[in-house]
Design a protein around this ligand. Sequence first.
Ligand code: 13P
Length: 229
Amino acid sequence: MIYAANFKTNHTRKSTENYIEDLQRHLLNKNSEDRVLIFPPLTALDNYEGDFTVGVQNAYPVNNGAFTGEVGLEQLAEFNINTILIGHSERRDILNESQEDVAKKFAFFKEQGFEIIYCIGESLEVREQGLEAVMEHLLSQFEGIDTTYEHFMVAYEPIWAIGTGRTASVEEITSTHDALKKVVNKPLLYGGSVKGANIAEIAAIENVDGVLVGGASLKTETFLELVLH
Ligand code: 13P
């Protein structure tokens, strides 16, 4: 299993340092084949070492240049970052990233050999129309994306399940992941209100290869409940 922690706009440099120190101590007990990835805010990047990978939640697809407020490859290289989340619904919906923007970002970081966790997900309105509509929407989010790229995994995060406490049902996750796996034969993570109370049933789903976690990843205790479940 892959356990990925997306801190979003939470934690400081200092609290991330404490978190990682605490986490690393407990990771000695994790299954050796499981992977842990941490996506802290950009200001908390550092040269961390341990049995986990640190990636970024976003970056601008340039080496460097005049892009006020953005961070490019040069700034990531300082911390040996080569893992990135692309296409998160919060960036698509709140920061107005279009599919074209997302695809450009994907192409750039693919060219750099980054490991890419590519996020897709539908709104409640689409989910209520049934699996066929959901798949049509999800497949449209692969437009311009090379799904055969070697260092590529997909995070399926239904928007209506993010931060709402309302997890998708086992049936919904199973049918969506089964359909996705037929199209993209890569590791598939589920995200959306994953927590200690539901990790066992989610992790047991055949085509769930990992989880991408927001809220429950913010404290080491609640994240470790997932990693060590
Ligand atoms: P929550 O786990 O808080 O629902 O967030 C999921 C998510 O968006 C991870 O990227």
